[in-house]
Design a protein around this ligand. Structure first.
Ligand SMILES: CC(=O)N[C@H]1[C@@H](OP(=O)(O)OP(=O)(O)OC[C@H]2O[C@@H](n3ccc(=O)[nH]c3=O)[C@H](O)[C@@H]2O)O[C@H](CO)[C@@H](O)[C@@H]1O[C@H](C)C(=O)N[C@@H](C)C(=O)N[C@H](CCC(=O)O)C(=O)O
Ligand SMILES: Nc1ncnc2c1ncn2[C@@H]1O[C@H](COP(=O)(O)OP(=O)(O)OP(=O)(O)O)[C@@H](O)[C@H]1O
Ligand SMILES: N[C@H](CCC[C@H](N)C(=O)O)C(=O)O
Ligand SMILES: [Mg+2]
Length: 494
């Protein structure tokens, strides 16, 4: 439980326009959702993309909110604080309300289009191996010392971030690693977070529905690094030196930069890279040292992920060989290049590639070790960047022998329309469009012969499919098992 504070105490150092009279009122928590308000909360009125939080202030007060943060004064009888942009101050206020948790643990932020979840898992493993009690926040939910907590987004809203970090501190967590999405950076969800390290993976097309241009997308990402300043020192920016965004990010970084990569001149360089069907082996050269690494996920992109985590471990002072050992011990991240094995003579791989670059990477990786045919099953999410659709169609066509275009999470869009947009990029390959994802997976399994690979991309760990606003149970891995059992394969998954 955070310590109760007066509103005036919470507002210290925060830029406000004005406030109503009684700001000595005692605040016990914070909420941006009237439906979740607890007695004693400060309710923040967020003008959203769908509705305006100011319209729910009366409901919030009825549930026990004792004060409001607003962008316009409301005719309601509680103390109110007027600010120019609630999203910009919400995280700062929440960090005070929840006792500045990020100043009481080491916080590592990972950003970039692809690889965030994977790298947070690797860092969690490295830190745990060194005896740390670790917290993790990301796409698969949160974890406090291994205890799972569900989550809806990659980076939760600012108040939830501070609450979670507060819970972690209370449970004795000394290191927390979190995925920082571009939406989060743009919408102030990590304001009030004092990061010790920022890690950049890569920048390729995604989320243009929200950011509009790649430049704006990069600007959002760059905030993690330009904000790497504050009380806790030392701080560090760990940047992919092979990515075109490197030069801008290293220029804006407020913390010293350490670079990693394979091709360019970088501080930590992977050499002698061997990509096998089981994983990647390489040697890292840095300063006057070298370290051999084995990481059991295939694909060149896995070299980058393992390397980024290795750099973080070594730079924070861990022994290089122990860091490498932790990477060797990791068996994989759920839904990332995850094999489904029921004794069938072909491979079935479930992967979360949902961007053109992600798909190119996994399709090429699967191609490299497929002796027979590569059958790729995928779709694209609705209410998301439409520009990705033909590009993902192209990526799948280029490296597969057969493509099954199906539905991902159509959300409020027409699934057939999404499929049509993907098909404009599909060419030079045999394909079929099957709107029903279950049918698509079954069809791929029926078609596959010995030596083939089925790659089911886009949903990875997800255990649902979203149609309209309804969420239906659906898990690619379960559906693949169901289809394989239907074909008579019954060996226990290994
Ligand atoms: C673009 C975006 O991120 N939008 C988020 C934003 O929505 P919004 O501003 O439209 O909110 P709104 O629904 O209009 O509501 C406005 C305010 O009224 C409040 N309200 C509303 C109704 C009510 O009865 N009472 C009430 O108080 C809401 O709590 C909110 O504070 O605030 C909502 C409340 O927290 C979020 O659910 C919503 O995420 C939407 C659903 C979303 O899909 N976000 C995705 C795009 C996202 O954030 N993705 C990133 C990147 C993923 C990655 O690539 O890794 C992520 O970090 O997950
Ligand atoms: N370093 C990388 N470069 C390119 N593609 C990658 C990389 N790492 C993983 N991928 C691909 O992207 C998919 C998603 O990986 P991961 O979940 O680690 O990324 P993420 O950045 O967390 O994604 P999200 O934006 O959904 O949170 C993987 O399943 C894989 O196909
Ligand atoms: N974090 C990503 C995940 C996309 C996953 C894909 N299955 C989809 O629904 O588009 C997003 O919100 O854009
Ligand atoms: Mg993620």
């Amino acid at each position: 439980m955070p310590t109760a504070k007066s509103l005036s105490e919470i507002l210290e150092g925060i830029e406000i326009i004005s406030s109503s009279a009684d700001i000595q009122v005692i605040v016990r928590g914070m909420s941006m959702d009237s439906r979740q308000v607890q007695p004693g909360d400060l309710y923040v009125c967020v003008p959203g993309f769908q509705v305006d939080g100011h319209d729910f202030a009366a409901a919030a007060i009825a549930s026990g909110a004792v004060a409001l943060v607003v962008e316009r004064f409301l005719p309601l009888d509680v103390p109110q604080v007027l600010v120019a942009n609630v999203r910009q101050v919400m995280g700062l206020l929440a960090s005070v309300v929840y006792d500045r948790p990020s100043e009481h643990l080491e916080l590592v932020g990972v950003t970039g289009t692809n690889g965030k979840t994977t790298i947070t898992y690797l860092i969690e493993k490295i830190a745990a191996k060194h005896g740390k009690k670790v917290g993790l926040i990301g796409t698969l939910g949160s974890r406090i010392d291994g205890r799972e907590l569900p989550g809806e987004r990659t980076t939760p809203e600012a108040i939830d971030v501070q609450k979670l970090l507060g819970e972690m501190v209370a449970e004795g967590v000394s290191l927390a690693v979190m995925e920082v999405s571009s939406h989060a950076l743009d919408l102030g969800r990590v304001a009030g977070c004092e990061f010790a390290a920022g890690i950049f993976t890569n920048l390729t097309q995604d989320h243009l529905d929200y950011h509009k241009t790649m430049e704006e997308y990069l600007n959002a990402k760059s905030r993690l690094f330009s904000n790497l300043k504050g009380k806790i020192q030392p701080k560090i920016s760990i940047l992919n030196g092979d990515d075109p965004a490197f030069s801008k990010l290293s220029q804006v970084s407020a913390a010293p930069v350490v670079s990693y990569g394979i091709y360019n001149s970088v501080d930590y360089r992977a050499e002698n890279v061997e990509v096998t069907t089981e994983g990647v082996r390489f040697r890292v050269r840095f300063r006057d040292e070298v370290q051999q690494i084995w990481y059991a996920t295939p694909g060149i992109f896995s070299v980058y992920n393992a390397l980024a985590a290795f750099v973080w471990g070594v730079e924070r002072g861990y022994d290089k060989a122990t860091v490498a050992e932790a990477l060797t011990e990791i068996s994989g991240v759920p839904g990332r290049f995850e094999s489904v094995r029921l004794g069938q003579p072909f491979q079935v791989i479930v992967d979360y590639a949902h961007t053109p670059d992600g798909l190119v990477n996994v399709v090429r990786t699967a191609r490299d070790f497929t002796k027979g045919k590569l059958i790729t099953v995928f779709g694209c999410g609705g209410d998301r960047d439409r520009g990705k659709r033909p590009l993902m169609g192209e990526a799948a066509s280029q490296w597969s022998d057969f493509v099954i275009v199906t539905s991902d999470n159509p959300r409020t869009e027409d699934p057939d329309q999404i499929i049509q947009e993907i098909l404009t990029g599909v060419s030079g390959v045999d394909y079929v469009a099957l709107r029903d994802r279950r049918e698509a997976v079954w069809s791929a399994c029926r078609m596959a012969k010995a030596g083939d690979t089925i790659l089911i991309a886009g949903k990875g760990h997800e255990t649902y499919q979203i149609f309209g606003t309804e969420v239906h149970p659906f898990d690619d891995r379960e559906v693949a098992r169901e289809a394989l059992r239907g074909l008579g394969y019954a060996q226990v998954d290994s």
